[in-house]
Design a protein around this ligand. Structure first.
Ligand SMILES: Cc1cc2nc3c(=O)[nH]c(=O)nc-3n(C[C@H](O)[C@H](O)[C@H](O)COP(=O)(O)OP(=O)(O)OC[C@H]3O[C@@H](n4cnc5c(N)ncnc54)[C@H](O)[C@@H]3O)c2cc1C
Length: 474
């Protein structure tokens, strides 16, 4: 028997089922994956509007975007049964917990883009959210510093853009740069008033608690492994439930197999970050872009040299690669982070060169966009690789902004991996990308500044998910 779970126990399906998948799954004709051989089709046990379903909206991914979406649904439509499934044993274990912690002002983004709208609005909301919930944050402002003449026109264009967005910017000459940052050198700079820092991991944790207070269930250690979509009815999702972290030495050694279960939902939201394209494919939808994982490596300033940097210092971004360019960030906990660079990761969660997952790597290499990016941008790539493999080269890049820094001042710090969506023709998707399939909403590109923008993004995704619910009910 497949583990059918009454609708009233939304999410308890995951906690209770001990069913083995092997004898109960057949191949789906839509996705070619092992799928539940359903004893009761989704939605047939209806006695009320939600009978037959374990929940209304199932959200895949407990990063800041998934949790913000859950929170937004519980606020916009109280009573909607929301279930968040996260494969790790806690929230924010990937991009959300491994970033620069900067509340971006939104100054870089093209007017009219989702990034511009959600970042400008999201930055203000993030500051309010942190203040309201006692999460450490600071609106420090930041300097964007031109160190070469050829960067000056781009710096001036940024001033115009900032003003278009209503962001407070002021122009600085070399002596004014020194007033803000005595050890930083540049030809000219702008000061952006609304940039800040916070702990996005803590924000995600708070969003999870608020969503739970609003009636949502958040299950950790549960990975979505297959999806069976029934047009007009909803989705049945196969879930692998990992043994509790630290539950037993056997489990810790990976000898206890994951249990599987099936959860039925009227609509599904895919906020799976680095895995979002794969999860979209599980539903049978064809994502217009694939994720290429780019690792961002950091150093931190040795504590004895932290006085070299007071706040946030950025180079003028290259419009082709706005996320490139090593910057200096005094984080909310006081230390100074330097980085990140951007090198191809050899696994979706490849936080160092030793982590290689051949199957994930093969999928990335099979994407035609990967080769086109490589051909088009190999020069940049080579520079980033050099700075990854040579601390001396990395230090040299930092010295452009901070001439006094030496190799000995830099201490390696944990890396993050960016989920960058890339089209088949090799174009890096610049804007946030949210698409819809039947009974499904997919967040397919949520790179920086998506943590800053997570509150408005969550509302946007929630609105689309509620619309998908209404479509199922019709
Ligand atoms: C190096 C770096 C620096 C950055 N700096 C900043 C910054 O300063 N400011 C800023 O605003 N943004 C920054 N960003 C971007 C920001 O971190 C991300 O945009 C944001 O965290 C994306 O959140 P997310 O929820 O989409 O993804 P994630 O945080 O990656 O969450 C996705 C979750 O889905 C889970 N998942 C995946 N597949 C499954 C599955 N099958 N079943 C269940 N769960 C699954 C994963 O375990 C993960 O927890 C940075 C990113 C990086 C990598």
């Amino acid at each position: 028997m497949m583990g059918y779970v009454p609708a009233s126990t939304c999410g308890d399906a995951i906690a209770s089922s001990t069913t083995s998948a092997s004898d109960q799954y057949k191949t789906s004709t839509t996705t070619g994956r092992a799928m539940p051989a359903r004893t009761t089709p989704v939605g047939t046990r209806r006695t009320g509007s939600s009978a037959g379903y374990d929940c209304d909206v199932l959200i895949v991914g407990g990063g800041i975007v998934g949790l913000s979406t859950a929170y937004a649904i519980t606020r916009a439509a109280p009573g909607t049964r929301v279930l968040v499934l996260e494969k790790e044993h806690g929230p924010a274990r990937h991009q959300t917990g491994r970033n620069s912690g900067v509340i971006h002002s939104g100054i870089y983004y093209r007017p009219g883009s989702l990034k511009a709208r959600f970042a400008v609005q999201g930055a203000a909301e993030m500051v309010e959210f942190c203040a309201e919930h006692g999460i450490a944050h600071d609106v420090t402002g930041k300097l964007i510093v031109a160190t070469e003449r050829e960067e000056l026109p781009r710096l001036h264009a940024l001033i115009q853009r900032g003003r278009q967005h209503g962001i407070p910017v002021s122009e600085l000459g070399p002596s004014q740069i020194a007033e803000h940052e005595p050890h930083v050198r540049g030809l000219a700079a702008i000061h952006v008033g609304t940039t800040g820092v916070c702990d996005f991991g803590a924000v995600a944790g708070k969003l999870a608690r608020l969503a739970k207070d609003g009636g949502a269930l958040v299950r950790y250690g549960t990975e979505v492994t297959a999806v069976d979509r029934r047009p007009g009815a909803g989705v049945a999702v196969e879930v692998a439930v990992a043994p509790q972290a630290g539950a037993s030495s056997q489990a810790a050694a990976g000898r206890t197999p994951a249990r599987t279960s099936v959860v039925r939902a009227r609509a599904m939201v895919n906020c799976a970050g680095l895995h979002c394209d794969r999860v979209a494919q599980l539903t049978g939808d064809v994502p217009p872009a694939r994720i290429i994982p780019f690792r961002g490596e950091y150093f931190e300033l040795d504590s004895a040299r932290e006085e070299l940097v007071r706040g946030l210092v950025y180079p003028v971004p290259d419009p082709a690669f706005p996320f490139l360019g090593v910057h200096l960030t005094r984080g909310i906990e006081g230390g100074v982070h330097i980085g990140p660079n951007a090198v191809p990761a050899l696994a979706l969660e490849g936080y160092d060169w030793r982590t290689v997952r051949p199957r994930e790597l093969a999928a990335v290499l099979a994407h035609p966009g990967t080769w086109r990016v490589a051909r088009r941008h190999w020069r940049y790539g080579a520079g980033e690789l050099r700075r990854s493999l040579s601390k001396r080269a990395f230090t040299k890049a930092v010295q452009r902004l901070l001439p006094e820094v030496t190799e000995d001042d830099l201490v390696p710090a944990p890396a993050g991996v960016r989920a960058q969506a890339v089209l088949h023709d090799g174009t890096l998707v610049d804007d946030f990308l949210i698409t819809e399939g039947q009974h499904a909403v997919h967040v397919l590109n949520a790179p920086s500044p998506a943590a800053t923008a997570s509150l408005p993004i969550g509302r946007e995704v929630a609105g689309r998910a509620l619309e998908a619910l209404r479509a199922t009910a019709r």
